[in-house]
Design a binder for this molecule. Structure first.
Ligand code: IMP
Length: 187
């Protein structure tokens, strides 16, 4: 493999998903699990740009940072970019309780990534996947909201899919395919 790129994330699941995609572009992805301070914002791009600036203090380019939000339509986009806090504080069971008697269960997963490919030079990428929130917690793969998110066109939650299947249709799979084709042009 010719190209080596760092992914600054403490989340090993995100790393494994991204690595599987970038391998297809002959890019070797290396996990940098160093915790990076984050801001709270309504805007995923703002969060990612801040993360990139913080990571740049400790990591050499080329590197990637990423942030994800889950937007549930009938809950006015809740939890959005606060998905991590809500997952930790409420948990999946309570999120499903919030949705009792809600028949429109549409939701969108959005992922934003920043690729810092030279000193102080970066590009932002965005991807999303539409789907629905399941009625119950299903499946043992993946992480986070995977057991309650069913991508459009499937009857399975992400947690009922193996990594390759999830990557084919997920927000992160799509994001890293964009990032992979960009990286092959610039590094
Ligand atoms: P963050 O990008 O690490 O801030 O993630 C926000 C929240 O969404 C965390 O609770 C993650 O566990 C969750 N999350 C991020 N990506 C995914 C995914 O691909 N599937 C399910 N949950 C995710």
């Amino acid at each position: 493999m010719l190209r080596k790129v760092s992914f600054v994330t403490s989340n090993v699941h995100k790393f494994e998903e991204a690595k599987a995609v970038l391998t297809q572009f002959d890019i070797e992805l290396v996990q940098i699990p160093t915790p990076i301070s984050e801001i709270q914002s309504d805007d995923l791009r703002e969060i990612v740009i801040y993360k990139a600036m913080e990571a740049a203090k400790v990591v050499d380019p080329p590197f990637i940072v990423e942030d994800t939000g889950l937007y549930i339509g009938e809950l006015n986009g809740f939890p959005g970019p606060y998905a991590s806090y809500v997952y930790k504080s409420l948990g999946l069971r309570n999120i499903l309780k919030l949705m009792t008697n809600i028949s429109n269960r549409s939701a969108v997963f959005k992922a934003v990534g920043a690729v810092v490919y030279r000193e102080n030079v970066f590009k932002i990428f965005e991807s999303s996947v539409k789907g629905t929130i399941a009625d119950s917690i299903r499946g043992g793969h993946g992480f986070g909201y995977d057991p309650i998110f069913i991508p459009s066109g499937s009857t399975h939650t992400f947690a009922e899919m193996v990594l390759e299947e999830k990557n084919r249709c997920s927000h992160r799979g799509r994001l890293f395919r964009k990032i992979g084709s960009f990286l092959t042009q610039v590094i």
